[in-house]
Write a new protein. Structure first.
Length: 370
């Protein structure tokens, strides 16, 4: 019997074969595939487990070990002018992690790593640009824009921890351009956007036409530049938000988020003077509104008739027009989808609207009685 301590590394094929145990046959070893495994770098970025040679060849930076120390967590970070092909690449401002106080246009180009990619997911790890002007809430100083994809509005302001899904189409398609345009007065800007390429066959691929796609039984949805202290609802928004219907769930409930900043809740303020209490509006919503199909209030008194509504605005989330207190609302329509629209005018009637923050909870199929 041949006894040994042997480590076999086949780096060219990104496989590692290991047998470090004593008193075993030479032919017995463990094979670990390290190619393209997701890993966490030492500085907190999500990377891809690769050999050092392959990481550097593909333009990444080794950031700690993975695969038991036989490979490196390769992190891809780019800034202005780059072409991105690697899944999980981070797009950052010039000089990151320091702020950027310059003006100009910073662009990168996205190219699919494989024709089987149908969506890009942009996770705004950090996103702080100058906010909109205060008359009509238009992003006329700084703006994040996407070219090569339809239905994507320009945004600005504070959007950290929010996200977008970009429909790239199937097969070989034209590149997508991400642009950050900065102008106007000095401002301490910073951005760090993780770009994931979602295969067409993935369960996490978004539905067609959805700018945002949420998964899970519960979660939180915010309009862009939502911030209870300084945020303003952005003008010229027109997009849909989708929530994956989880197995054995047949309905969904929405509740306006808690407001721990203002004396009265401003977490749902789409139309009117947000410095005052604004009643619920439904059928009269024409300029700024959110659409949730066939919705009714939850917890209405027994024996009362359900009031349904599809369109919501004002300063109170409620299916009953003129209500002054928000209610949890429920929709049984699947797939779960919302539409958000704002025009290009806020002044003079709409003042200090924050947009919306909604908590959603999917409801089991066994619990959908009215």
């Amino acid at each position: 019997m041949l006894r040994h301590r042997n480590i076999i590394a086949s780096l060219n094929n990104d496989f590692v074969a290991v047998d470090a145990a004593q008193d075993v046959l030479l032919s017995l070893f463990t094979v670990v595939n390290i190619d393209s495994q997701v890993c966490m770098g030492l500085t907190g970025e999500i990377g891809t487990c690769l050999t050092q040679k392959e990481c550097q060849k593909r333009g990444g930076t080794p950031n700690g070990g993975c695969a038991g120390g036989f490979a490196y967590c390769c992190v891809f970070v780019v800034t202005c002018g780059a072409t991105v092909r690697e899944n999980g690449t981070y797009f950052v401002n010039q000089g990151f992690p320091h702020h950027y106080d310059g003006t100009g246009s910073c662009q990168i180009t996205l190219i699919k790593s494989t024709p089987n990619v149908c969506h890009y997911r942009l996770d705004f790890v950090k996103f702080i640009l100058a906010g909109p002007e205060h008359v009509n809430n238009i992003c006329n100083n700084d703006q994040f824009m996407i070219s090569g994809a339809s239905g994507v509005p320009g945004i600005c302001g504070k959007n950290s921890e929010n996200h977008m899904y970009i429909d790239s189409g199937e097969g070989h398609t034209a590149p997508i351009i991400l642009s950050v345009v900065t102008s106007g007065p000095a401002f301490m800007r910073t951005w760090k956007i993780r770009i994931s390429q979602i295969p067409c066959s993935s369960r996490n691929t978004g539905e067609e036409g959805c700018l945002q796609y949420y998964t899970g039984v519960s979660g939180q949805i915010k309009s862009f530049n939502y911030d209870l202290a300084t945020g303003l609802q952005l003008s010229n928004q027109d997009y849909s938000i989708c929530i994956r219907t989880e197995r054995n769930f047949c309905a969904i409930q929405y509740t306006a988020c808690a407001d721990t900043v203002n004396n009265r809740s401003q977490s749902f303020t789409l139309v009117g003077n947000s410095n005052n209490v604004v009643q619920a509006m439904t059928s009269t919503c024409q300029a700024d509104f959110i659409v949730i199909p066939m919705t009714m209030n939850v917890g209405r008194p027994p024996g009362t008739t359900a009031v349904t509504a599809d369109r919501f605005c004002g300063g109170t989330l409620n299916t009953e027009a003129n209500a002054m207190v928000s209610s949890t609302i429920r929709s049984n329509v699947k797939p779960f989808r919302l539409w958000f629209h704002t025009d290009n005018v806020e002044s003079p009637t709409d003042i200090a609207n924050k947009g919306f923050c909604l908590e959603y909870v999917q409801q089991p199929c066994s619990n959908i009685a009215s």
